[in-house]
Design a protein around this ligand. Sequence first.
Ligand SMILES: [Zn+2]
Length: 252
Amino acid sequence: MAGIVEGVSPEIEKLLVIQDRDKRLIQLEHQLARIPVERVEIEERAKAATSRLEELKLKAKLTEAERKQLENDVGSKRTQIDKWRSQQVLTKKNEEYQALAHEVSNAEKEIFKIEDKELDLMDRSEKLAAEIKAEQKVLDEVNAQAQRQKETIVKRESAMKEEIEKLKAERVTLAAGVDESYLSRYERIMRHRQDVAIVPLQHGNCGGCHLQMPPQVVHLAKRSEEMVTCEQCGRILYWTGEYEAASPTALR
Ligand SMILES: [Zn+2]
């Protein structure tokens, strides 16, 4: 594990390795925690497609029912017309004959109107049938995709759990080799910060909170004989040599 960063103390170097594992662990735990959300999202997409299809099917059913109703209306009007025609044949009064003829003519006009509406409804039914077919195709694709995504998630989930177990075991071994005071300090900061606990000095600034460090702190970090922490965020600081290269006169 030699020389992750030139010139840092062995304890810092070991902690950097642990931190690397811990960062990955945090990332994996976050991804794992998101899996139930992903599952819900997949179900929601499939549900949305199903309900769009059901809505179209309902519209088609209502349209068909409406058309049937109109067909019945036409049927009963025709029956009525037949009755009036029979009465016409039997009547002897011209006035009554004319009145019946008038009724028949009105009813026939109404039948035309109803049949126009029926044609409109048939048009609508045809369009709906095409929409249903298209939506069914979408639903099939969404379902197939959902199935694939669920399978992928199962694989991802078990791969992540496996990696977490491996990292945790590896971490136990790594932690055993670190000075207790460094390790406990590191773990306390990590629990609190949930991102990084050891940061490099960047041009004299804390690599975690970016506060400018006093020259004394930079100096101590450069000597790397003791643990140096940021006075603002508490993170452990280490020297990378960058500061010196960037401004050779800033530190004496
Ligand atoms: Zn800081």
